[in-house]
Design a protein around this ligand. Structure first.
Ligand code: ZN
Length: 273
């Protein structure tokens, strides 16, 4: 079974002490390809370094809304140069977040729309983070067209009623191990409403892990003692998504891997069938 992680941050330093064992375990659980997302100018070089070491992953470069205020004046030039240098790179993680303290929605919107336009100009997919900003995201997509090749709303937690609009705009939606929490049953059930050809699985590792009692791969941040999401938890996303869709795990793996390849794996990249 070959599984593709649609969204993660395997380059984050908190995972470094656990690599390469964690990647061996994840590959044993089926992990065959992944999109590794930068979150700010300061980590783009780490994304590049990680992806050149691990040739089975694809890079994504973007400025996360949490880091909007910290961007430097040359960000746009730098992002364009990275996309030109790497034909398999996409744009992410970008988006809108009204949960984070001190958010500046107007500034986040300017940055998000510009990054979406850059993805469109380079004909690359984009990966979108959206927390408590569903109506602003809808408004942005009405004004700023998404790339023709599509975009991902990672860990989709929006209202079911918005699914048709986002799908019409070219959205794919990924299922996260964080949806396994009891209180997030409605997040899981929403995936029954998503067109099958637009469903992906992700980990967001080392962030957004499953509840501890359901976590077969516990991992701890060596510096802070906080739990980390193990890259092998992609298997949990697969198993729980399969149950939600009432498909076998093999069928769900085939479906999500095919969708991943269509969105991210242009050319020869990605696991063979
Ligand atoms: Zn992320």
């Amino acid at each position: 079974m070959k599984l593709c992680d649609a969204h993660c941050h395997l380059h984050f330093e908190s995972l470094t002490p656990w690599l390469p064992e964690a990647l061996e375990t994840a590959k044993g659980a089926g992990l065959a390809a992944a999109v590794v997302n930068g979150t700010r100018q300061g980590d783009w070089a780490q994304v590049t370094a990680f992806c050149s070491r691990e040739n089975w992953v694809l890079p994504a470069y973007g400025i996360h809304p949490w880091h909007a205020a910290g961007r430097g004046g040359a960000w746009e030039k730098e992002l364009n140069a990275l996309l030109e240098a790497s034909p398999s790179a996409s744009v992410g993680e970008i988006g809108l977040d009204l949960w984070i303290e001190g958010h500046d929605l107007a500034d986040q919107t300017v940055l998000f729309r510009r990054q979406l336009a850059i993805a469109r100009e380079h004909r690359r997919p984009a990966t979108v983070h959206c927390v408590r900003a569903w109506e602003p995201l809808r408004q942005c997509l009405k004004k700023e067209a998404a790339p023709d090749c599509g975009f991902l709303i990672h860990a989709f937690a929006g209202s079911e009623d918005l699914i048709p609009f986002f799908a019409e705009c070219g959205a794919y939606f990924s299922f996260s191990p964080s949806f396994l929490a009891e209180k997030r049953q409605n997040r899981r059930q929403a995936f029954r409403r998503i067109p099958r050809k637009r469903i992906l699985i992700e980990t967001d590792a080392p962030d957004l892990g499953p509840p501890p009692e359901l976590n077969p791969y516990p991992l701890t941040d060596a510096w802070t003692g906080k739990p980390l999401n193990h890259p092998a938890n992609l298997r949990l996303s697969l198993e729980w998504l399969a149950a939600v869709l009432e498909l076998s795990e093999e069928e769900t793996a085939g479906l999500t891997t095919g969708n991943w390849r269509r969105l991210f794996g242009s050319g020869d990249f990605g696991p063979s069938e």
